[in-house]
Structure formats: structure tokens, C-alpha cells
Design a protein. Structure first.
Length: 230
């Protein structure tokens, strides 16, 4: 089971040293992304949805708290290990409040960082494998949760819904819901939500499509939707 790791650290020697050490001493992380500042970290989070995050608190453009807050707003909850030069309790408390699993004080050895990453990585791998096995069994037997998730998304597709929010409504983990949808529908959460929205847009346009549309020139999104619905 691949685990994707994002390392956000503005000091190049530390970041690159940790990356090299991890690559030499474990095969748990199949993808390691690097961010030299907080803004880049947010961009990589939104683009790749890493499973784990090694996060420095003090970075240019956006600090660690900003990164965790933006990830949470986007519905992303990577397993987060924080690196910080602040030894005051309030900083650790705030980091934990935002979802950090571990809080390490600098300076810290690469071996200590890897030790703290390995444990949650193993837990994540175990949970994902269990979720995949459950999803496969559900696929064979038919899972009412898939039906409930689809119905909820159909009812609330105009709202700002997220994988985390729907999973909470169903009382299951976001990883299980994602695996379940992928197994049953062949689509991820975001892909299926986009499909619902496009289908509703098509039905709306088809209802209103009349002869007077002929000869009109549609551009942009309207043209694309009309081609899809045609």
C-alpha cells in the first residue's frame, strides 16, 4: 500500500537530508513531495492529497498553522507530524488542536523523525488495507452505505460538500468512503460529485432547450455543457 508524504521545511539542507535519509532507510513512502515554504505546501496538498505531512511551523509566506488550517478547510486531513523551534506548551497545544499527531522540537535527528513517521505510516497502511478488503466484500454483497452516500450527494450537490463531511454524516472514515465509492462506482468522490453536477446541468439545459436556440452561438462553459448533453 503506497503512502504519499509531503515534507514542508524551508531550510534546504534539513529538508533534503530528511528526504534522502527516508529513501535510504524505508520503502513505506512511495512518493515524497517537497515544499520550501508554506504556500508551496498548500499547493502540493491541494494537488496531490498526500497521506502524511511533515510540517515545519516557521516558514515563509504561510506558517505551519496556516497550512493545517487551509488543509482542513479543503477537507484534507493528512497524518501530520510537526517540527518546531518553539518549546512553549501553547504552540504544541495549538498544533494538536489543528490535527497534529506528533510535535517534535528542533534540532532533531533524521532517525528520530523517521521513527515517528513509521508508526502512523504502518497504522495507515493497515487501515487502508482493511478498508479495501471491506470495500471488496461490500461490492460483492452490495453496500447500503454506497446508496446512502449517493442519495446524500444528489440532495446536497449544490452545497459545498466534502469527502470528510459526507463520511461524518455516514459515521465512517473518509478513507473507507473513498475506497468504497471507487470500488463500487469506479470514480473518486470529487469525480462523482462533478458527474452529478454536470448531469443536473444537462437536464436543466435540455428542459429549456427550444427551437429559438438554433442559430445562437454559445461560448465557454455553456458550449461545453451543450456538447456534453447533445
Amino acid at each position: 500500500m503506497p503512502v504519499r508524504l509531503l515534507i514542508a521545511e524551508d531550510e534546504d539542507p534539513i529538508r533534503k537530508g530528511v528526504v534522502k535519509y527516508i529513501q535510504l532507510h524505508t520503502d513505506r513512502f512511495t512518493r515524497i513531495y517537497e515544499a520550501e515554504n508554506g504556500q508551496k505546501a498548500v499547493e502540493l496538498l491541494l494537488k496531490y492529497h498526500p497521506d502524511m505531512l511533515l510540517l515545519d511551523m516557521q516558514m515563509p509566506l504561510k506558517n505551519g498553522m496556516d497550512v493545517m488550517e487551509e488543509a482542513r478547510k479543503a477537507g484534507l486531513q493528512p497524518i501530520t507530524v510537526v517540527l518546531s523551534g518553539y518549546d512553549e506548551f501553547k504552540y504544541a497545544q495549538q498544533a494538536i488542536k489543528f490535527g497534529a499527531k506528533e510535535y517534535l522540537l528542533k534540532p532533531v535527528r533524521a532517525s528520530d523523525i523517521l521513527d515517528l513517521l513509521n508508526c502512523p505510516a504502518d497504522e495507515y497502511i493497515g487501515l487502508e488495507e482493511k478498508a479495501e478488503n471491506m470495500a471488496e466484500e461490500d461490492r460483492k454483497q452490495g453496500n447500503p452505505l454506497v446508496k446512502t452516500a449517493k442519495e446524500y450527494m444528489e440532495e446536497h450537490y449544490t452545497e459545498d460538500i466534502s469527502l470528510v463531511g459526507v463520511a461524518e454524516k455516514l459515521g465512517i472514515s473518509q478513507g473507507y468512503l473513498s475506497t468504497m465509492l471507487k470500488s463500487s462506482l469506479g470514480l473518486g468522490f470529487v469525480e462523482y460529485l462533478h458527474q452529478i453536477r454536470i448531469d443536473h446541468a444537462c437536464r436543466f439545459l435540455m428542459k429549456r432547450r427550444m427551437k429559438w436556440w438554433q442559430g445562437l452561438h454559445f461560448t465557454g462553459t455553456a458550449e461545453i455543457i451543450l456538447k456534453i448533453c447533445a
